[in-house]
Design a binder for this molecule. Structure first.
Ligand code: CO8
Length: 259
């Protein structure tokens, strides 16, 4: 995995930890980071030996302090369109992976960093975490899902306040808003522990839960409920369903094969 220069990858048991690794610029997202993240998310072992991903940044000071401003300063409109589209493609990939993706945020998660965290399935924050969409201070707006995923996560009014003021909020406020699921001393360790728990579950069921929840959030309730009914029923075609239920009845631990 040494082919990557701007990200680090480490497997911790069934969890794959992917860290943006540009600590000198607070892990700012360059086009190279975006391209390497995209590559890393294509690894075939995700969903097989890898039961979940943890996205983080190296060092204590930042998760990701935004897109790399020095690389954006001279961008043309076309460059910006491409950069934002590539960022969004990574966000879409994260949502489509068949395993949970947890953002482990320590320090700054600003701009594209907050957006990268929002593109993960949920966020754990260390007590020093700081979130914000400061793009208006630079004369732009979020371009990597901040206006949309943030509004869906915390509501339109709270997202608007953050996006028009550029304010930074701490971990406690982010928790109060529902932006982060948990504030814990070591967000990365907690995220790895969560993936370990997930690895004992039926992998097809985990993938189905993620898929139905994400797709359903974009649908009217009756259509979303219908997709749940169909996904629930489809799992009864799997060996995992028989194994899970038979193990319960036999009072033994289920051994899921993902089939
Ligand atoms: N881009 C480039 N360099 C950065 C960035 C960044 N976003 N953030 C920090 N750095 C660099 C600094 O320039 C500095 O470099 P140097 O040591 O060479 O001077 C180094 O990191 C350390 O930073 P500071 O000295 O500024 O550290 P402080 O503790 O004083 O301040 C802050 C930390 C508050 C985080 C401050 O660095 C800051 O405000 N950074 C910019 C935050 C920001 O505005 N982020 C939003 C960027 S716009 C954006 O993300 C839009 C995304 C759109 C699409 C993305 C598609 C993928």
């Amino acid at each position: 995995m040494s082919r990557f220069e701007t990200i680090q990858i480490e497997d911790r048991g069934p969890a794959r930890v992917i860290a943006v690794n540009r600590p000198k610029v607070l892990n700012a997202l360059s086009p190279e980071v975006v391209a390497e993240l995209s590559h890393a998310l294509e690894a075939p072992e995700i969903g097989r030996s890898v039961s979940g991903l943890v996205l983080t940044g190296t060092g204590d000071k930042a998760f990701v302090a935004g897109a790399d401003i020095s690389r954006m300063v001279d961008m043309t409109e076309d460059d910006a369109l491409l950069f934002a589209s590539q960022g969004h493609a990574v966000g879409d990939m994260l949502g489509r992976l068949p395993v949970p993706v947890i953002a482990a945020v320590q320090g700054f998660a600003l701009g594209g960093g907050c957006e990268l965290a929002l593109a993960c399935d949920f966020i754990y924050a260390s007590p020093n975490a700081k979130f914000g969409q400061p793009e208006v201070k630079l004369g732009v707006i979020p371009g990597f899902g901040g206006t949309q995923r943030l509004a869906r996560r915390v509501g339109v009014a709270a997202a608007l306040e953050l996006c028009v003021t550029g304010a930074t909020i701490d971990a406690t406020e982010a928790y109060r808003l529902g932006l982060v699921n948990r504030v814990v001393d070591d967000a990365c360790a907690a995220a790895v522990a969560t993936i370990e728990k997930v690895s004992a579950m039926g992998p097809l069921a985990v993938a189905a839960a993620k898929d139905v929840i994400h797709r359903g959030a974009e649908l009217p309730l009756d259509a979303a409920n219908q997709s749940e009914i169909e996904a629930f029923a489809a799992l009864f075609r799997t060996e995992d369903q028989r194994e899970g239920m038979q193990a319960f009845v036999a009072k033994r631990r289920a051994q899921f094969g993902g089939k």
